[in-house]
Design a protein around this ligand. Structure first.
Ligand code: ADP
Ligand code: ADP
Ligand code: ZN
Ligand code: ZN
Length: 848
């Protein structure tokens, strides 16, 4: 590869071996993804797309043409990238792995049919086909219902007083009431006094009569007008409350409408198929005594056991259904091989029907990896980001085995990784850096692992071979050394847990927790210290910490959980299917006043939110601009300097700075706005300067240069200091939220917390905060978290990184196994104590 300039890459050249495991290393923001995904994968995809029809091209998410001079010898690439945040499509483990297809074939060809029933085609076992879907719920497994109680919450009201609350507000609602008047109904009687028949018709009828409407007339006037054939104000169409609610929910484009009408609906399990989504005949076919719905609910481990039995049963010569038995054996062994690829990768606790949005990004990636192993492709390059994410060290071996298998099948692997055991397994290392953003983007080293030892400026080398490797229990030591060596401002660390663990100031006690695989679990979290919850994948860590703990605490604090899906959509199905937490908090809440969950989800979904707006720093900057003499003379207020407010922004791009150009058959491309040339503001606004820079130029400053520029403005400096502390000095103030990595988003959230006045009563909850972080970044993260604890707060996190676990004050190890074999507290206490536990599968990796 020659001359790559994507994002922060500095016109770099690199030669990579094929048929090898190439691992890209470097600190967060150094440019690893820009190289592996942004350049190599993007270019491979572009070339592939050049060879397909424009129509097919449109169906593929295109990543755009990378800025690179030349790449020779590039194989076709398959990206197995982790989607952080929200996988939107509603798919399941069975569909993603295509194992469900196999099962349908198995039931169709080798299932046990009730006497006299005709054989069904495989399609009949899919809820997504008309042949298979339960006719009552159309294959959803749930039915939507409206009841009088929901539609008319207060039956003492009259129709005029909007007894039918479900009807639309404003003009449309008025229209429906006028129609009822025309139809001869009394809209001034309390709802409950109306005859049953009338009430049912208004709420539930499917009829949609079109009637003359006399706007504003009362019952008598309307009757008279109709008798005299007076010409009506207009003709109106009636819709019952039920029709309106169900129709709007299904068809509206507006989030607000959808949210509004969803309050009037309820969902329950379909009584015909009991939530199994299939028609009765399909459910009557059994395999090992179970229908296909029941089989899909088994854990993969249990499914494998049953398939193994079927695959090993040799059909006897006298068997009446010999042919069927042979077919059953064939199909079962094929499915078994695919299920085993999943159980080997530590996913045996999942079931086929588990929906993908409930999986972690790491689990989803491993699902797809296992599917690829069975695909028998060769000559391709697989590009992966951090496949070790979410994996307990005990499971990492299986992952390396899977990567080796793909390589042996004749493929190349490009992997972005931070995990030492994966790095050590690499045939070739490409270390990017030396630092992040503009201070990175260069190839520090490219070659076999051993050669990295002598590369002084490499953080990775220092971590793998240097003195930090032996002393790395002290996260703060490393953080300090990195902060000074890379010219970042020094990280302040007053204490670390590595020496003597801190003493808890109290206990948060939870009792009888019920959630997923947790059954009536009692657990105590120490307050005022840093706790790591460990355990193999699927043992129940997230169920305990990110789900049960977060829900119970926020409930107690009265912070209500939003019912919105993460993508902002109201997803009634998901909401209703959500498992609820059983159990309660019995002690300790008097020490917790605030709950903050710090995750890697984007800080905003549009380019309109950025670093400066999210941290609140931009409010102060706008105040500074509004208080300049020229702004005052022109009466420009703070709103003038917001690109989200019409008066100050560029009218052409409405403050976005770019415009999208729609191209037929190609993805739309964004180009800088021709009017403001990407500056987002109108000419008049840009005439105002603060210390010789206009507002657009200020947004273009990096955090580092802004720190010097605003040296005398304490209010702005506070946020900038916090951002520097978490190592984000290289980001531009106006950097759109959409351009930030998960790790960067997480650190911005932490920085926002750090600049708050500390009251010492906050509970911070983090789920695998080190995902995507280089060991050097992990040290920085740890010193931030230690800072929060030193200020009197509590930190509880789920982690697989053993260095993190060792340097925390307290460990709670969940297990012993995954799924049904987990869900218990196996060991707890200071790291040294947990390390000596015989039962814990984590213990051998602590201090090893
Ligand atoms: P890494 O994978 O090493 O963490 P990335 O390749 O994601 O680093 O990012 C390298 C640099 O490029 C960072 O400064 C990041 O903020 C920037 N960057 C990432 N994505 C984009 C983008 N879509 N547009 C512009 N800059 C980006
Ligand atoms: P960990 O965080 O330790 O990897 P989890 O708490 O995610 O484990 O999972 C514990 C168990 O609960 C597993 O058997 C998993 O399949 C199950 N589980 C987790 N989330 C859900 C969910 N949303 N729906 C159904 N089962 C779930
Ligand atoms: Zn049904
Ligand atoms: Zn513009």
């Amino acid at each position: 590869m020659r001359g790559a300039r994507v994002h922060n890459l500095k016109n770099i050249d690199v030669d990579l071996p094929r048929n090898a495991l190439v691992v890209f290393t470097g600190i967060s923001g150094s440019g690893k993804s820009s190289l592996a995904f942004g350049t190599l994968f993007a270019e491979s995809q572009r070339r592939y797309l050049d060879s397909v029809s424009p129509y097919a091209r449109r169906l593929i998410d295109q990543v755009g043409e990378p800025d690179v001079d030349a790449i020779d010898g590039l194989p076709p690439a398959v990206a197995l990238q982790q989607q952080r945040g929200t996988p939107s499509a509603r798919s399941s483990v069975g569909s993603v792995t295509t194992i469900s297809n196999g099962l349908r074939m198995l039931y169709s060809r080798a299932g046990n049919y009730p006497r006299g029933q005709k054989m069904l085609y495989a399609d009949s076992f899919s809820p997504n086909t008309p042949e298979g879907a339960c006719p009552r719920c159309h294959g959803i497994g749930r039915v939507f219902e409206v009841t009088e109680k929901l539609l008319v919450p207060d039956d003492t009201k009259t129709i005029r007083e909007r007894a039918v609350a479900a009807w639309p507000p404003a003009w449309q609602g008025q229209n429906l009431r006028d129609i009822l008047v025309s139809l001869g109904h009394d809209i001034d009687k309390p709802w409950k006094k109306l005859p049953r028949k009338t009430r049912d018709w208004i709420l539930f009828t499917d009829e949609t009569p079109v009637v003359p409407v006399y706007a504003g007339f009362d019952l008598d006037e309307a009757r008279e007008a109709k008798e005299h054939d007076a010409s009506p104000s207009y003709m109106g169409t009636f819709a019952s409350a039920r029709r309106y609610v169900l129709h709007s929910f299904a068809t509206t484009q507006s989030h607000r409408t959808k949210k509004r009408v969803s309050q009037f609906m309820q969902i329950s399990e379909c009584p015909d198929c009991n939530g199994k989504k299939l028609k009765r005949e399909s459910l009557s076919v059994k395999f090992t005594g179970l229908d296909i719905g029941e089989l899909s609910q088994l854990t993969l481990t249990e499914l494998a056991r049953r398939l193994r039995d079927a695959a090993n049963t040799k059909p006897s010569a006298r068997d009446l259904h010999r042919e069927k038995a042979i077919v059953a054996q064939r199909i079962a062994s094929d499915i078994l091989a695919r299920v085993e690829a999943l159980t080997t990768l530590g996913l045996g606790y999942l079931s086929l029907e588990r929906s993908t949005p409930t999986l972690s990004p790491g689990e989803l990636q491993r699902l797809r990896l296992a599917t690829q192993i069975r695909s028998q492709l060769f000559g391709v390059v697989y590009v992966l980001d951090e496949p070790s994410a979410g994996l307990h060290p005990a499971d990492t071996k299986a992952l390396l085995g899977a990567l080796d298998e793909l390589k042996q099948a004749g493929n190349s692997l490009f992997v972005v990784e931070h995990h030492v055991s994966v790095i050590r397994h690499a045939d070739w290392i490409v270390d990017i850096g030396p630092d992040a953003g503009t201070h990175g983007g260069e190839v520090i080293y490219s070659g076999p692992l051993d050669g990295l030892r002598d590369v002084e400026e490499s953080h990775t080398a220092r971590y793998l071979f240097g003195h930090e490797a032996s002393e790395s229990t002290s996260a703060a030591t490393l953080a300090k050394s990195i902060a000074t060596q890379s010219g970042r401002p020094k990280v302040s660390t007053t204490s670390t847990a590595a020496g003597a663990p801190r003493q808890p100031t109290g206990w948060l006690k939870l009792e009888q927790i019920e959630r997923n695989n947790l059954q009536s679990l009692d657990v105590e979290f120490p307050l005022g210290v840093l706790t790591t919850v460990t355990g193999v994948s699927g043992s129940g860590k997230s169920s305990l910490v990110s789900q049960a703990l977060v829900e119970l605490v926020s409930e107690t604090l009265g912070q209500k959980k939003a019912v919105e899906a993460p993508n902002g959509e109201v997803d009634l199905l998901e909401r209703e299917l959500e498992t609820t937490t059983g159990g309660r908090i019995v002690a300790g809440m008097k020490h917790v006043r605030r709950l903050v969950t710090v995750d890697q989800k984007p800080i905003g979904r549009t380019p309109r939110s950025n670093l400066a707006t999210y941290t609140g720093l931009f409010d102060h900057v706008r105040k500074l601009f509004a208080s300049t003499r020229k702004a005052k003379a022109r009466r420009y207020d703070v709103g003038r300097f917001s690109f989200n407010v019409a008066k100050g922004r560029c009218p052409n791009c409405e403050g976005a700075g770019f415009v999208s150009v729609e191209l037929l058959f190609l993805p739309s491309v964004y180009t800088p706005c021709p009017v403001c040339r990407g500056q987002r503001y109108n000419e008049k606004t840009l005439e105002i300067t603060y210390r010789d820079k206009n507002i657009a130029e200020v947004l273009d400053l990096t955090v580092e240069s802004a720190h010097a520029f605003f040296a005398e403005e304490a209010s702005v400096l506070r946020a900038l200091d916090a951002l520097l502390q978490v190592g984000l000095g290289y980001l531009r103030l106006g950097q759109p939220a959409t351009e930030l990595s998960g790790g960067e988003a997480q650190r911005i959230k932490l920085a926002t917390e750090l600049q708050r006045a500390q009251r010492g009563d906050t509970l911070y909850v983090l789920d695998e905060p080190t995902t995507g972080l280089h060991p050097a970044d992990v040290s920085m993260l740890m010193s931030q978290l230690n800072g929060l604890v030193d200020a009197g707060n509590t930190v509880i996190m789920v982690e697989h990184d053993m260095q993190v676990a060792i340097s925390s004050d307290w460990i709670i190890d969940i297990g012993p196994g995954a799924g049904d074999e987990g869900g218990l507290v196996v060991a707890q206490g200071p790291p040294a104590k947990v390390a000596s536990s015989k039962a814990s599968r984590t213990a051998p990796f602590l201090f090893s």
